[in-house]
Design a protein around this ligand. Sequence first.
Ligand SMILES: [Cu+2]
Length: 94
Amino acid sequence: MENPAPTATKTVAKVDTVLIRQMKFNPQELHVDKGATVVFVNKDVVAHDVTSKDKKTYSDTIKVNHSWTWVANDSMSYKCSIHPTMLGKVLLNP
Ligand SMILES: [Cu+2]
């Protein structure tokens, strides 16, 4: 049986990942299409969170080796409220 070669005609909703490591969001600035699923994965040794600048979005505490999934219907500037020097952005592609 043959599997047809994958065709890249349609964009499948893809998952973008922000890794949290060594007190940093990586990538710090993520560009996604509207509606993309963004998973924040805490690979650090302490708990973090994602708190939007406008405070409308809050991940709750993301424990070590846990993740939080967010659907990007808007751009978001965020920080970790536990470590307010940790900053990041998700920007929608035009
Ligand atoms: Cu933190």
